[in-house]
Design a protein around this ligand. Structure first.
Ligand code: GRF
Length: 202
C-alpha cells in the first residue's frame, strides 16, 4: 500500500515510518513526504532517504479549502492510498477528512481522549497524572478524535518537566506509529461503526 506522510517539522515520527518501511515485509511503502513548510527539517531527511517530497505552502493559498485541495491533488498524483499525519500542524477541512475517511491516521502525544490539542505534556503534569502516553487514531474532522488503533503509556516522574516527558513519550511514539501503520496497511484493523475491528489472527 502506498503511503503519504504529511509533516510540518523535524519529522522524527516520519523517520520511524521510513525506517520501518525499509523492511521488505512491511506492508506499506512511502510514496510521498509532503510538508506545508519549505524549512521543515524532515524534508531533508526524506530526500536523503531517496523519497519523493513536496512542499505545499499554506501561505500561498487564499483559504483552507484551496490548500487542502492542493494537498489532495499531490497525494493522488503520487498514488497515495493511506495518509499518515506526523507532526502536521494544519487543521484539515471536513471535506478533505471525509475524502480520506478511514484511510488517514494521526499520532498524538497524549492518551486520548485525554488532552487533545497542544501542550499535552504540560497539561498532563499540571493535572497530576502519573502516566502519559501517545495515541495513533483514524482522523475525524474534530481535532485529535477518531477510532483508536494503538496507544502506549509511559510513567511521569515526579521531577519531569514538559521537555523530559516529551522525550520519553516521543520514544514510545516511534514504537507505535510503525506498528499502527502496519496494522492498517496490512488490513489487520479497520473501522466498523466508529470502533476498531480486527482480523482474527490478531
Ligand atoms: C509529535 O509529538 C507528534 O505526536 C505531534 O507532533 C510531534 C511531531 O514530532 N503530533 P516529529 O516531527 O514527528 O518529530
Amino acid at each position: 500500500r502506498k503511503v503519504g506522510i504529511l509533516i510540518s517539522g523535524r519529522g522524527s515520527n516520519m523517520s520511524a515510518l521510513i525506517d520501518a518501511a525499509e523492511d521488505a515485509d512491511f506492508p506499506a511503502e512511502i510514496a510521498l513526504v509532503l510538508s506545508n513548510r519549505a524549512d521543515a527539517g524532515g524534508l531533508k531527511v526524506a530526500e536523503d532517504a531517496g523519497l519523493a517530497t513536496a512542499v505545499v505552502d499554506h501561505k500561498a493559498y487564499a483559504d483552507r479549502a484551496s490548500f487542502d485541495a492542493a494537498v489532495d491533488a499531490r497525494l493522488r498524483e503520487a498514488g497515495v492510498e493511506i495518509v499518515c499525519l506526523a507532526g502536521f500542524m494544519r487543521l484539515l477541512t471536513p471535506p478533505f477528512v471525509e475524502a480520506w475517511r478511514n484511510r488517514m491516521i494521526n499520532i498524538h502525544p497524549s492518551l486520548l481522549p485525554l488532552f487533545p490539542g497542544l501542550h499535552t505534556h504540560e497539561r498532563a503534569i499540571e493535572a497530576g497524572m502519573r502516566l502519559a502516553g501517545c495515541t495513533v487514531h483514524f482522523v475525524r474532522a474534530e481535532m485529535d478524535s477518531g477510532p483508536i488503533i494503538a496507544q502506549a503509556a509511559v510513567p511521569i516522574a515526579f521531577d519531569d518537566t514538559p521537555e523530559t516527558l516529551a522525550k520519553r513519550v516521543l520514544s514510545a511514539e516511534h514504537e507505535i506509529y510503525p506498528l499502527a501503520l502496519a496494522l492498517v496497511a496490512g488490513d489487520l484493523v479497520w473501522v466498523e461503526g466508529e470502533r476498531i475491528a480486527y482480523a482474527s489472527e490478531l
